[in-house]
Design a protein around this ligand. Structure first.
Ligand code: F6R
Length: 605
């Protein structure tokens, strides 16, 4: 979950490197550092803090160089200190290394090196790499050989990038279960933990696979397998995202920009490759299917569970990726469908590996092209939502819900649980969504801002929904927790009277996700939860579609949405709840795009 950027060129690359890690900051941002080649000397600057602050404080850009590596860190091994910040150096200062992932056998390696007299300056797992390189280079006299030997000694997961004064024009890098790719520019060659490291300069990427290493120069790249030594010809992948899409485009935060991009994201979600959808439907038709994700994507999976049940009459359990192996429910007849924005989430990858080992079929809905998950599954649906930079997932999650709705309708059509007419109506409702969401964002955001500001000091919220509105309540509560650091608990409405009701008084605030009145039973039962709270002097913010309803007096405060078909009603409410969390966070002056303790892709377990 850290960011890596490296560059070697015919020109000064220090600015490119700076932009590279700044664009990767969403992956981790508690400290950062850079190593630049100065003829045959390494200049290393690193410190705690964000990228811009660090570059300014240390005046890093005054150092010019044609080759360098940089890193932005999200601490896993060792505290947030200057010493624990990458790059890590060998004792003789000949090797500088940046690394993502976890070297699981670092304690053994460290104590062996310590026995040889090596003094460690950090608590990190990474530091074993430069020290091992120093030792192995002494034995072999050849950097590439030492690098391959060193890789053979590492266990765990890594993307590792190394430069050395012995080859001042070369970057060495390798990957095992942690993303790494090259950017092939004319004058400069790049390496990065994802496209954002170099997207401003080139759209030609080469995706590095597990057990591959690269010798990268300003004019060439050679990729080999570090187990077999075999050279591998790699195709160039064209990145379709542009760097403008990655920027804030006038919004104060990426989160707001990404919320406002949702009409477009839905259009994109409705245009995903139909064959990819039908391939997954074919798998689902006659297989027990498990829906897997974690954090937001677990709630997306929960949402999908209701959708598949409602539309296609199938029960697909949803399981949080981190619990999947413990439950171990799969065999060779099953399908596991994973959902992931980044395609690099450790828990989800682990669940998928387990499923594969059991012989299950695998599929995924993924946003990031070329990500590990997208390449490891049997069938993939690329959701095409564009870069999601804010650590908090908004547009990617909504797009996944739309795609899953579409999948459920296609499955229902194929298994004759839905007529063609019903299917067409469903698609029409989804296609009308972008315009409705666009209007809601434009017309209601001022009002939501005011409500969020009024209630910004509330310490505890209950988020309640019934049926398919329950996962929406869960996901909305998660948004509030992670961006505003305000306690919000998602719960099924019916659950309230089985315990939590005891807590309700005038100090407990609730948000209730009301279904449209046409869903009579669900509407009435949700209304009874509202009445239970109000009877105990509890506060209720109702998110509802009932402009003229006679029950509106029950709500202490209300957010009213335009009437829409039930298929899309929960999605519209989610957009509103995203805005409510966003404005609460800005009213509390939170670090919206980079909330404390969170990282965009959680590539550790
Ligand atoms: C919440 C959030 C996280 C991610 C989770 C899975 O806003 O962003 O809960 O949803 O870490 O990440 P992906 O979707 O990249 O697998």
């Amino acid at each position: 979950m850290c960011g890596i950027s490296g560059a070697v060129g015919h020109k000064d690359i220090s600015q490119d490197l700076f932009e590279g890690i700044r664009n990767l900051e969403y992956r981790g941002y508690d400290s950062c550092g850079v190593a630049l080649m100065n003829s045959t000397k390494l200049i290393v600057r690193k410190n705690i803090g964000g990228v811009e602050e660090f570059y300014q404080k240390e005046n890093v850009l005054r150092h010019k160089s044609h080759l360098g590596i940089a890193h932005t860190r999200w601490a896993t091994h060792g505290k947030v200190t200057r010493e624990n910040t990458h790059p890590m150096l060998s004792t003789d200062k000949a090797f500088a290394v940046v690394h993502n992932g976890i070297i699981s056998n670092y304690r053994e390696l460290r104590s062996k090196l310590q026995k040889d007299g090596v003094k460690f300056v950090s608590e990190t797992d990474t530091e074993v790499v430069p020290h091992l390189m120093q030792k192995l280079f002494k034995q072999t006299g050849n950097v590439e050989k030492a690098f391959v030997k060193m890789l053979g000694m590492l266990e765990g997961t890594y993307a590792v990038v190394l430069i050395t004064k012995y080859h001042p024009d070369v970057i060495f890098c390798a990957r095992k279960e942690s993303p790494l790719m090259l950017g092939i520019g004319d004058e400069v060659k790049y390496v990065g933990s994802d496209f954002n490291a170099f997207i401003e300069h080139t759209k030609n990427a080469v995706i590095i696979e597990d057990e591959e290493y690269v010798v990268l120069t300003r004019d060439s790249y050679t990729v080999k397998n570090f187990i077999t030594g075999e050279e591998i010809q790699k195709p160039i992948t064209k990145i379709e995202w542009d760097s403008e899409t990655s920027k804030k485009g006038g919004y104060p935060h990426y989160m707001l920009k990404e919320i406002y991009e949702q009409p477009q994201t839905i259009l994109n979600a409705l245009e995903v490759d139909e064959k990819a959808l039908d391939d997954v439907v074919d798998y689902m038709k006659d297989r027990p299917t498990y829906l897997v994700g974690v954090g937001t994507t677990f709630y997306v999976a929960k949402y999908a569970k209701y959708i598949f049940s409602r539309l296609a009459g199938r029960f697909f359990p949803s399981i949080s990726s981190d619990e999947f192996v413990a439950l171990s429910p799969v065999d060779r007849n099953s399908l596991v469908l994973a959902i992931s924005q980044s395609g690099e989430t450790y828990d989800t990858l682990t669940a998928l590996k387990h499923a594969k080992a059991k012989g299950a079929k695998t599929a995924a809905i993924v946003n990031v092209i070329g990500s590990t998950l997208s390449r490891m599954v049997d069938r993939v649906i690329l959701q095409g939502s564009g870069p999601e930079i804010c650590v908090i997932s908004t547009k990617a999650a909504l797009a996944q819900m739309v795609i899953l709705t579409n999948l459920a309708m296609r499955l229902a059509l194929k298994t004759r649980k839905m007529t063609k007419k019903e299917y067409n109506e469903g698609i029409r409702a989804l296609k009308e969504m972008p315009e409705i969401i666009g209007n809601v964002l434009n017309e209601r955001s001022g009002f939501i801002h005011r409500i969020a500001n009024n209630y910004k000091n509330i310490k505890h919220w209950l988020y309640l929904g019934r049926g398919i509105y329950y996962p929406v309540a869960l996901e909305s509560a998660l948004k509030m927790k992670e961006v505003a650091y305000v306690h919000a608990e998602g719960m099924p409405g019916g659950f309230l009277k089985h315990g939590t009701l005891a807590m309700i008084d005038k100090d407990i605030y609730s948000v209730v996700f009301m279904p449209p009145p046409c869903e009579k039973e669900l509407y009435q039962s949700t209304l009874s939860s509202v009445a239970e709270i109000r009877a105990r002097s509890g506060f209720v913010l109702g998110i509802h579609f009932d402009e003229r309803g006679k029950n509106r007096d029950l709500f202490s405060e209300e957010l009213i949405l335009p009437a829409v078909p039930p298929l899309v009603a929960p999605l519209l409410q989610l957009v509103l709840a995203q805005l409510f969390a966003y404005f609460t966070a800005t009213s509390l002056k939170r670090n919206v795009d980079k909330p404390r303790s969170l990282a965009k892709s959680v590539t550790v377990g």
